[in-house]
Design a protein around this ligand. Sequence first.
Ligand SMILES: [Zn+2]
Length: 168
Amino acid sequence: MVSAEKNHDVWMGFALAEARGALVTEDVPIGAVVIGPDGAVLGSGRNQREELGDPTAHAEVVAIREAAARLRELSMADGGSGDGWRLADCTLVVTLEPCAMCAGAIVLARIPRVVFGAWDEKAGAAGSVFDVLRERRLNHWVEVYAGVREAECGGLLRDFFLEHRTRI
Ligand SMILES: [Zn+2]
């Protein structure tokens, strides 16, 4: 049996690949994937704020939208009701600690588990500045695994900002 930690490392590899894809459009390199109950990737996303000119196009939101659409498709193909918005039993894996908006979206999607790489001391909402994912006053609590492949996730961001600062 493969340990959960081993899975987290592998899944973070998918999120890191997404993050690198954001570099093509000069977007801050953040990537995310939603893993289904069977371990398959249901949705993936990268930060597309610059590419789309959309302040809400964060990696997590993009991945959640794709996963929900996929689940809906699978449910309809099964003769089901087409309910796809509830990402029960899924795991969201992201290279950077989610911000308040994304943590809110994770709660609304009822995702039970989040795995993230680097901490975001300035805007993180999974323990750094806020802890929306484990806010006792909300009706949905999320299990959080932090610091998975943290050096790689953080390094990607550090390199990006270093390069941008020298160019300005
Ligand atoms: Zn966000």
